[in-house]
Write a protein that binds this ligand. Structure first.
Ligand code: SIN
Ligand code: FE2
Length: 216
């Protein structure tokens, strides 16, 4: 792992290349935190967070909602993208401009110019919530990267290989960190460990993750 910005300061964003297709942008979203949180509150008013159920019948511990043309959903019928919110029957809220600006800038700075996400999954973790190791593979097009933004309490991110067997690297994602993975890394397994208790100055005892994808 090498730092792009030699002598980077703690409160300045800096980027770390984790592998050929993956860049960890430390703190990149911090300067947009108020705009992002305002936009999330606005989305939540239109499409509330809910605990979805896996095809196997398990309640997911992270609460989820979506914005964009396609929203990722799961129920007993399977994992898929839906153009409307099953809870309201309405289309998902649009992806806010400040989300798009951040996601496309992060992608471009990671070697993926022209990224135009049509799906943004919003995961909200309370203390103890986690997400087990999985691949993002419900999308039509694997040529676009995944852009993942972390807000609130820190969490242990598990970044594995292309097979479930490979032992994942463990990275502590902090408020404002953005990870971009694509190209040869697009189908890497990943997950997050249980959220530890704490109090974030902006989000309280919670973590929010935005995952941008090109789904359609
Ligand atoms: C996900 O893979 O959907 C979420 C990962 C995260 O919360 O960082
Ligand atoms: Fe994922």
């Amino acid at each position: 792992m090498t730092a792009d910005l030699f002598g980077a300061q703690d409160d300045q964003p800096w980027a770390e290349h984790l592998s050929a297709g993956t860049v960890w942008h430390h703190g990149l979203a911090v300067k947009h935190e108020v705009q992002l949180m305002t936009a999330i509150a606005d989305i939540e008013r239109q499409a509330g967070f809910r605990h979805m159920v896996t095809p196997g019948g398990f309640r997911m511990s992270a609460a989820m909602t979506n914005c964009g043309q396609f929203g990722w959903v799961t129920d007993q019928g399977g994992y898929r993208y839906a153009e409307s919110d099953p809870q309201t029957g309405k289309v998902w809220p649009d992806i806010p401009e400040c989300f798009l600006t951040l996601a496309s800038a992060a992608a471009a700075q990671s070697g993926y110019p022209g990224f135009q996400p049509d799906a943004c999954l919003i995961n909200r973790y309370e203390v103890g919530s986690r997400m087990s190791l999985h691949q993002d593979k419900n999308e039509q097009d694997f040529s676009a990267p995944i852009v993942s933004v972390s807000l609130g309490l820190p969490v242990q991110f598990q970044f594995g290989g292309l097979t479930r067997k490979e032992r994942p690297a463990r990275l502590t994602l902090e408020h404002g960190d953005v990870i971009v993975w694509g190209g040869p890394d697009r189908l890497r397994y990943h997950g997050v460990g249980a959220l530890k208790s704490g109090e974030h100055r902006l989000l309280g005892a919670c973590r929010i993750n935005l995952t941008f994808r090109k789904a359609g």
